[in-house]
Design a protein around this ligand. Structure first.
Ligand SMILES: [Ca+2]
Length: 297
């Protein structure tokens, strides 16, 4: 089986689903994680969390820190993510190369077989496309978590950097987007968390600790938003995808960062010739089963 080469671009450290997504990708034989880049706010701390996870997994995968500031929005880039702790400071990453340059160099030197998997705000990807428009001809696909396509809500990843999202959706690069309206169906239960807690491998021990830190702040159960984007890279059975033309609102006072399904707005049932596919539905039971099988080994 040919493995899909992927670069995961992540805001690991705030919501718990990024760490779960990286662990899921590392244990999925269909994909080869060739690099991890971090984005949004404190990308240095996020890179150290990713490096810690990779170290425990015994995987030698390079990590690069990217843009902390979105293109127009302003954020506190020194804010410490809730899953970070001082012990993670010893984990290192490649500080010589910025994530945007790593993405550009790696994709441009490739045989056109690299898929980007952004599971945070799209700043690094948008900046890479702005800096090197030739990426459009070299990237295989972008598979992202973000947006909300069959109901109108300004989902976090798009809202945090609407300009970057607009660049990505208008780039002409094949995009597969897994939106909030579908990912919300994929929620872990208390019993699922116990399975992870009881597994006691080095990676699941860290995941348990990260889940505990995250739950102490949120009092919530993990939702598998980002792992579903990893699944969308290789599995066509669990997620139903549909071609749509997607617009990103960048101006609205109340709607900035909302994704609009142009086909839905027109209501004329025309055939859509679009490079964008969005998730319409998910078999959440099959997905959570697959996810747990691969995390709890
Ligand atoms: Ca994320």
């Amino acid at each position: 089986m040919d493995k899909r080469k992927i670069i995961i671009d992540t805001d690991i450290g705030d919501d718990i689903d990024d760490a779960l997504a990286v662990a899921f990708a590392l244990n999925s034989p269909e994909v080869d994680v060739i690099g991890i880049t971090t984005v949004f706010k404190n990308t240095d701390a996020r890179a150290k969390i990713a490096a810690n996870l990779l170290s425990l997994a015994g995987r030698d995968i390079p990590v690069y820190a990217g843009c902390g500031q979105p293109i127009i929005n302003r954020e506190d880039v020194l804010q410490i993510p809730c899953q970070y702790c001082d012990e993670m400071n010893r984990f290192t990453y490649n500080r010589q190369i910025h994530a945007v340059d790593y993405i550009i160099n790696t994709v441009m030197e490739s045989a056109g077989d690299i898929t980007l998997v952004p599971i945070g705000p799209l700043t690094n990807i948008g900046m890479a496309i702005l800096k090197c428009p030739e990426l459009k001809t070299k990237l295989k696909e972008i598979v992202l978590m973000g947006g909300c396509y069959y109901s109108h809500y300004n989902e976090w990843n798009i809202r945090c950097d609407p300009e970057a999202a607009k660049i990505v959706f208008e780039s002409g690069i094949p995009v597969k987007a897994v939106g909030l309206d579908v990912t919300l169906k994929c929620r872990l239960s208390e019993d699922d968390i116990k399975l992870i807690d009881n597994c006691a491998s080095p990676v699941t021990n860290l995941l348990s600790e990260l889940i505990r830190r995250w739950r102490s702040v949120t009092k919530a159960l993990p939702i598998l938003h980002d792992p579903l984007a990893i699944c969308a890279v290789f599995n066509d059975n669990i997620i139903e995808m549909k071609n749509e033309e997607i617009l990103v609102e960048t101006k609205g006072e109340y709607t900035r960062g909302t994704t609009f399904n142009k086909t839905g707005l027109e209501r004329n049932n025309r055939i859509v010739d679009s490079h964008v596919k969005v998730a319409k539905n998910v078999d959440e039971k099959a997905f959570i089963k697959l996810f747990l099988e691969r995390i709890v080994q």
